[in-house]
Each structure stands twice: as C-alpha cells, then as structure tokens.
Design a protein around this ligand. Structure first.
Ligand SMILES: Cc1cc2nc3c(=O)[nH]c(=O)nc-3n(C[C@H](O)[C@H](O)[C@H](O)COP(=O)(O)OP(=O)(O)OC[C@H]3O[C@@H](n4cnc5c(N)ncnc54)[C@H](O)[C@@H]3O)c2cc1C
Length: 351
C-alpha cells in the first residue's frame, strides 16, 4: 500500500511515522520546513482538561502514547508540571473531568497547590495534575529522525481522485497513491476543496508572546488557562525557552481579523498581551523577548473533525499538539482500513 501524507507539521509527521510502523510505503510532502508553520516554536500546553468528556478521554489516550514516544525518543517530551484552568467556568471543566474519570482538583486562588505567575486571579481553579509542558523542540527532532528519507520537500498543488487511485501533483511531478491524508494545516481547505471535501477555511492571525520570568516566581510554574473575566483577556500561559513565560490570548477579533494583515495583527497582539502581563502577572517582566505566530481558524473550537471523500482523508481542528501521537495513530489506521475516525468535542456530529 502507498500513502501520501500532505504536510509535515506535527500531525503529518506523526501520521507518517505511524504508517511506517504499520509497514506502509509513505511519502510525506512538505512545502517548507518540517513543523515550521502551526507547529512552530519550542513548547505547548498538554492537558487532560477539556470541556467535553470525550475530549478528556482522547487526551488521556494521547498522554499514554506520548509515554511510548518518550521511550523511543529517550527524552522527556511532556514535562509533568500540571495545568490549571481558572475562572467562573472552571467547574464545568471539572464536571467533564469527573465524567471521564480523570484526576483533578478544584481549588481557590491562594491555594498552596498552585504555582502561577500571579497569586490573585478570578477563581475557582481546576488543577489537572496530568497536564504539563509539551517539548515541541524535542518532538520535532524525534519525528524528523523517525521519518528519515520518506520526507519529500515539495509543495503539493493538487490532489485528484481517479477511479482506482489518487494523484498528487507538485510542480511538473505527479505520483499516484492508494490513499492521501491531508494534514496541511492552513493549506488543507484549498487542497480538500479540489477533492470535493468541505473543510472550514476562515482564518485569523494569532500570536503568542514570551516574557522574562522574574526571580522569586514559584517553581516549576504550572501551565495556565484563564477564562475571560471582567474585561480581562482569556489567555493560555506556560513555560517557554529557558527563563521565559509564553502568553497567548483571545485578543479582540477586530485586532486579528485576516484582512488587517499579519504585521498589524502582530503589533496589536504584542500590545494587548504586554499590557495584560504588566497588569496581571507580577512574576513576569512585561518586556516581550520572543513571539510565535500562526494562522488560526476561529470556527473550529477545541475539537477534532475528520472527513473522508473516497481515498482522501482530512483532519481539521485546533490545539492539536496535545493529541499528536493519537492523531497519527488514528489517521494511519483509517488510511489503512478505509475508515473515518469519529469526531470529538464541541462540533462532534454524534453529540
Ligand atoms: C502560538 C500557538 C500556540 C499553541 N498552543 C497550543 C497548546 O498549548 N496546546 C496544543 O495542543 N496546541 C497548541 N497550538 C496548536 C498546535 O500547535 C497546532 O494545532 C498543531 O501544531 C497543528 O499541526 P498541523 O500538523 O495540523 O499543522 P502545521 O504544523 O501547520 O502543519 C501543516 C504543514 O503543511 C504544510 N503544507 C501546507 N500546504 C502544503 C502544500 N500544498 N504542500 C506541501 N505542504 C504543505 C505546511 O508548510 C505545514 O508545515 C498552538 C499553536 C500556536 C501557533
């Protein structure tokens, strides 16, 4: 069996490596640098905590697959510092954790169980002890080595189904496969449309900014998601490169609108997140030292959706890093057996 995987972000690399382990002949096409688009940067948040029990269960499966990757990579890939979700809605996240049987605690600001860059914030706080910092830099090195020479440096222009196969066109080249898996991130909707698949295409700009951590901050800081409250941004925050704290947030939609262009959206995001850090994070110096930019689909939410048309399979969703090993497994299995994995989260058709 020959399978083409389009895109060497974390999902495409994970899928390719899972296919190789199943003995499948794989070509993974990548237009730029592996994990250089939405999978760029050094760290992300891992969490079991989600608003829907099915997502909590999938995250738990992903967590155990990360342990398998750790064995093969010979290094820690998820640093187990814990993840905290705070704000008036934390109880709903706790309900989903309880329904899925996941370990968790609901505590108030000031609890000795918390290690955050601010002692005061709108509570309550859900503590997800299985959460932690995903080491994206190490995952990139592990997956690029694992895929070896199955990575093809080429931009795919079209994916076309024929009665007996599927053709992948890149420049003057064309190659045929039994199945194609679209893992092209922002490139997926365009390629999917040519095969009759409908994948949400709206885009927004998104930026995460890192700030130096002040001496005296609790150690190790937990990953933190703050729900929007009293005019304060909803944010996600976590350890990044040595001694820095990454903050991303739900910056007002009009500031990151696609039509504004990337430079204006980046400037507006840096301003909003620096002002947030100055006002709300006493253990952080509000001096931006690094940024990670990506495109983001505002319609997708924190869920997973899989679509198939004949021999072409695609995935769309947001916050996929925490599911990387699981998505690789699910997509590889579906590519081999012709199935479509079930959707999960807020947009699941089964709900
Ligand atoms: C700032 C930021 C913070 C985030 N925080 C978290 C977090 O805390 N936790 C979490 O779980 N997730 C988080 N995410 C989301 C997560 O990183 C992404 O969902 C995930 O990396 C997406 O991976 P992907 O493989 O789907 O897409 P990508 O990494 O974008 O990969 C797609 C690849 O396809 C390639 N491509 C596109 N078109 C073509 C074509 N025509 N031909 C060939 N190649 C093509 C692109 O070059 C790209 O390399 C965050 C993302 C960002 C940017």
């Amino acid at each position: 069996m020959r399978v083409a995987v389009i895109g060497a972000g974390v999902v495409g690399l994970s899928t390719s490596v899972a296919l190789l382990r199943r003995g499948v002949d794989v070509v993974c096409y990548e237009a730029g640098a592996p994990m250089g688009e939405r999978s760029a940067g050094d760290t992300r948040i891992f969490r079991l905590a989600h608003l829907f029990p099915d997502m909590v269960e999938l995250a738990a499966r992903s967590r155990s697959l990360f342990s398998g990757w750790r064995e093969r990579a010979g290094t820690t890939l998820v640093e187990p510092v814990g993840t905290v979700v705070s704000g008036a809605g934390a109880g709903r996240w706790a309900d989903a954790m309880a329904a899925a049987g996941a370990p968790h605690e609901l505590v108030e600001p000031g609890s000795p169980r918390l290690r955050l860059p601010s002692p005061t914030f709108a509570g309550p706080a859900l503590l997800d002890p299985s959460g932690g910092v995903i080491r994206v830099d190490r995952i990139r090195a592990f997956l690029v080595e694992a895929i070896g020479d199955h990575l093809r440096s080429a931009r795919v222009e079209a994916v076309e189904q024929t009665p007996s196969a599927v053709r992948v066109r890149s420049g003057p080249e064309s190659d045929t496969f039994d199945t194609v898996v679209l893992c092209a991130g922002a490139g997926t909707p365009g390629l999917a449309a040519g095969t009759g698949l409908d994948v949400p295409a709206a885009l927004e700009h998104h930026l995460r900014v890192s700030f130096p951590i002040r001496p005296g901050a609790p150690e190790p800081l937990q990953c933190w998601i703050t729900e929007e409250a009293d005019g304060v941004l909803g944010t996600y925050q976590h350890l990044a490169a040595a001694g820095t704290w990454a903050v991303g947030g739900d910056v007002a939609g009009e500031l990151v609108h696609w039509a504004n262009g990337r430079p204006a959206a980046e400037q507006a995001s840096v301003r909003a997140l620096t002002a947030y850090a100055a006002e709300h994070l006493p253990f952080v110096e509000p001096r931006p030292v690094a940024t990670v930019y990506c495109t983001h689909n505002p319609d997708l939410g924190d869920g997973l959706q899989f679509v198939r048309q004949g021999r072409v399979l695609a995935l769309h969703g947001e916050n996929l890093m925490k599911f990387a090993p699981l998505l690789g497994d699910l997509l590889a299995q579906a590519a081999v057996d012709g199935s479509t994995p079930p959707d999960a989260g807020p947009n699941a058709t089964t709900r």
